[in-house]
Design a protein around this ligand. Structure first.
Ligand SMILES: NC(=O)c1ccc[n+]([C@@H]2O[C@H](COP(=O)([O-])OP(=O)(O)OC[C@H]3O[C@@H](n4cnc5c(N)ncnc54)[C@H](O)[C@@H]3O)[C@@H](O)[C@H]2O)c1
Length: 247
């Protein structure tokens, strides 16, 4: 599915895990369409991967209109899309009774609805070309109900990602679409580096493998799920957390 003339859409590719996923795919010769709201960082990604098959799309995925604009810009690249990584996300870290509707609405919009909209927009083309692979980035917070790196609202949004994944796998498996989730543990990125200063040592102590995760750890799993090596895997959640969420 990663033929040189096709591309994988990676959202949130201007930072952290998404940057790592885009970089790994590009280093392997896979075409990437990187989508993010951060134009400066997208430009930096393009500079670092000069000469590689990368297109960038600046879009704010926090609204239906923003997702529609992103889909139009992806189509305008003219690149056949064979894979989609719904990675763009925001963290929320409030005691639940101190959070509010607007915070929850924003988290749901970016963490859940954006992936649902991009999937809806890109599936018809993928199906017409014989199938493809969708990878949704969830979190171990979905299983743990939140914790140090995310609150109840964040956990709820990441749990919705898991159910969405199973729905797409069930509904579109017959059309050749595979859909899986990756649930990272504690990976230090710009999303949570302020918490890492506070809690990094304690979290490390909670990880059986004795270290925090890297963007490369997550990117390797995503690249596997996009590849034909994962041809019989769909509807699954891959937890990549050094054993942190296991008993
Ligand atoms: N870092 C971790 O420990 C961890 C753990 C579990 C899950 N995750 C998930 O991994 C994904 C990536 O997180 P990260 O740690 O790399 O975060 P990050 O903050 O480093 O990167 C997130 C990217 O998403 C983009 N983005 C956010 N809102 C957007 C919007 N409305 N429109 C377009 N782009 C938007 C940001 O600009 C940024 O480039 C997220 O879904 C996050 O929930 C992260």
């Amino acid at each position: 599915m990663t033929a040189p003339d096709t591309a994988v859409v990676v959202t949130g590719a201007a930072s952290g895990i998404g940057w790592g996923i885009a970089s790994l795919l590009l280093s392997r010769g896979t075409g990437v369409v990187a989508v993010d709201r951060n134009a400066d960082r997208l430009a930096q990604l393009a500079r670092e991967h000069d000469g590689r098959p990368l297109s960038t799309v600046e879009a704010d995925l926090g609204s239906g209109a923003g997702c529609a604009a992103a889909l139009a810009a992806i189509e305008a690249t003219g690149r056949p899309i064979s894979g989609l990584v719904n990675n763009a996300g925001i963290g929320t870290t409030s005691p639940y009774l101190e959070s509010d509707y607007e915070t929850a609405r924003t988290a749901m919009a970016v963490n859940v609805l954006a992936g649902m909209e991009l999937t809806r927009g890109l599936l018809p083309g993928m199906i017409a070309r014989g199938g493809g692979s969708v990878v949704n980035i969830s979190s171990i917070a979905a299983h743990l109900g939140g914790g140090i790196f995310g609150d109840t609202t964040y956990a709820a949004s990441k749990g919705a990602v898991l159910s969405f994944t199973r729905g797409i796998a069930r509904e579109f498996g017959p059309a050749g679409i595979r859909c899986n989730s990756v649930a990272p543990g504690a990976v230090i990125t710009p999303m949570n580096e302020h918490l890492a200063d506070q809690h990094g040592e304690r979290v490390r102590g909670m990880v059986p493998l004795g270290r925090l995760g890297t963007v490369e750890d997550i990117a390797a799993t995503v690249a596997f799920l996009l590849s034909d090596e994962a041809a019989y895997i769909s509807g699954s959640t891959f937890t990549v957390d050094g054993g942190m969420s296991r008993p």
